[in-house]
Design a protein around this ligand. Structure first.
Ligand code: PGA
Length: 249
């Protein structure tokens, strides 16, 4: 059985007090599904969030990290720094990182390597732009993103990799991929993985969908056989909405 995962990407939202308040509200919610629950607060609140979720089933994860071990990279955060405060999982390759901070498949491949070397779990994000989909190129684009950033890895590394398909046109726009569009792409991703690494890897990697998942559409999206969870932006900032999505499984 693949793991079900629902991860909340808080992006650049919530200072310390809001982080405390939201975590307190999250801890009051009842989890009725088997999904693993993750939240990704901003760097400055990771330590506090980690401490305050210790006795809960919520895992605190990072939104990004640098590929180097340490050194002259002003403003950056390393894998070792994250691990030193207990963080075991990092989101890499979010489309906002690619679009606004020039992250490329090549730099992401380095970050993925660093995470794997440090025994961290990676939620690796990718997805096509609207123009790609309009041109019918979505599968080719997604295949390249996966190949370029991940296909140098050995099969073993995929124990620590979760994929997140996030069509750029659906992120923060209120426009969601239809459950069928999500399923078709997830099946394609799984086939691509199996083609390179065999069915064991293809069948075992969790593939999350991200892009305007809300309480009112989560159930239908999660009902698809190749959708193993969600990466949630806007709706993860409200405890009831986030848990309605967690419990949609
Ligand atoms: P959204 O963001 O749910 O607000 O569309 C998803 C994401 O960026 O991961």
């Amino acid at each position: 059985m693949r793991k079900h995962i629902v991860a909340g990407n808080w992006k650049m939202n919530n200072g310390l007090i809001q982080t405390e308040t939201l975590i307190a509200e999250l801890k009051k919610q009842e989890k009725t599904s088997d999904a693993e629950v993750m939240i990704a607060p901003t760097f400055t609140n990771l330590w506090h969030a980690f401490q305050s979720t210790k006795q809960s089933s919520i895992e605190v994860v990072a939104q990004n990290m640098h590929f180097a071990k340490n050194g002259a990279y002003t403003g950056e955060i390393s894998a070792g720094m994250l691990k030193s405060i207990g963080i075991q999982t990092v989101i890499l390759g979010h489309s906002e990182r690619r679009a606004y901070f020039n992250e490329t498949d090549e730099s992401l491949a380095q970050k993925v390597d660093t995470a794997i070397e440090n025994d961290m779990r990676v939620i690796f994000c990718f997805g096509e732009e609207l123009s790609d989909r309009k041109a019918g190129n979505e599968e080719a684009v997604v295949e390249n993103q996966i190949k370029n950033a991940l296909f140098h890895l050995g099969a073993d590394a995929f124990k620590n990799i979760v994929l997140a398909y996030e069509p750029v046109w659906a992120i923060g726009t209120g426009e969601t991929a239809t459950p069928e569009q999500a399923q078709d792409m997830h099946a394609f991703i799984r086939k691509t993985l199996a083609g390179k690494y065999g069915n064991d890897v293809g069948d075992s990697v969790s593939i999350l969908y991200g892009g305007s998942v809300k309480p009112n559409n989560a159930k239908e999206i999660f009902s698809k056989p190749d959708v193993d969870g969600g990466l949630i932006g806007g709706a993860s900032l409200k405890a009831e909405d986030f848990f309605a999505i967690v419990n949609a499984f």
